[in-house]
Design a protein around this ligand. Sequence first.
Ligand code: C2E
Ligand code: MG
Ligand code: MG
Ligand code: MG
Length: 278
Amino acid sequence: LSKSLGRNGYSYFTPYMQIAAQQKQALLRELRNVIVNDQLEVVYQPIVNFKTNKILKAEALVRWNHPERGVISPLDFIPLAEEYGLILEIGDWIFKQAAKQALIWQAKFGEVFKISINISPLQLLAPQSSEMWLDYLQQIGLPCENVVLEITEGLMMETEQKIIAQLSFLRDAGIEISLDDFGTGYSSLSYIKDFDIDYIKIDQSFVLHMSAHSQESLLCEAMIDMAHKLGLVVVAEGIETVENKQLLFEMGCDYGQGFYFSKPLPVQLFEQRFLTVL
Ligand code: C2E
Ligand code: MG
Ligand code: MG
Ligand code: MG
């Protein structure tokens, strides 16, 4: 909890820290019951094919609808779930929810509709997870080709082999793998070399502030060229403006995602905006 504190000679438990620790404990207690209390929701953000302008992909993003605190971001509770051994249960719930939704939407599209699901490396370290996912897909009748898994974060050296093995197991079954937050510290070139993947997602930090001839845009261009040479498909996330969409399109980026197209939406709104026009 307070691993790195105390270095500057401050005491471990300042009143501020105590409050933070108490809040964390309270949040943790509630997180343990988040599924039985039906407080999790998956929202969906469209991923747009730059060549066809079609939306045949969406990313599933989890939200915690807390009765008092309002909507809690996954950035605030996924790490807690990882730290306290809740990520398998929560991750499986998200996977099932997103797969069920993809099955419904697949039935409405003429072409393959792909759902992208974020997973924690800890889920890949639990081999029963991969097997459960494949069983579940078979049980509900959603083909593996409809599912993309997005991976990110520090895959520690000693666990890398296990993760590589799980990823190829899933990939052999037909699930696609996307390397999320590409270009940032934990998602770098060595992973492209070692992992069998299908997509890279250029991290939004490169996209948000890009402008013509800026360093960000040169880096995007280089990442896109490199990925294509390696036979990978590129998704850019964090597209907020038409200018950035245009720049990425001209660089040959394959797919785009961001507020310019749409924020992540609850099921009903997603259907209203993107499925009724079909
Ligand atoms: P991510 O997978 O890289 O997801 C992209 C994040 O960028 C999402 O934040 C999305 O709402 C946000 N975003 C999309 N377009 C734009 C844009 O144009 N501008 C800006 N500023 N932001 C944009 P969100 O939903 O808060 O998720 C944050 C992170 O939490 C995700 O990053 C992912 O790493 C993690 N996460 C979300 N859902 C799940 C989940 O179901 N399981 C796991 N393990 N992690 C999740
Ligand atoms: Mg993602
Ligand atoms: Mg990302
Ligand atoms: Mg991320």
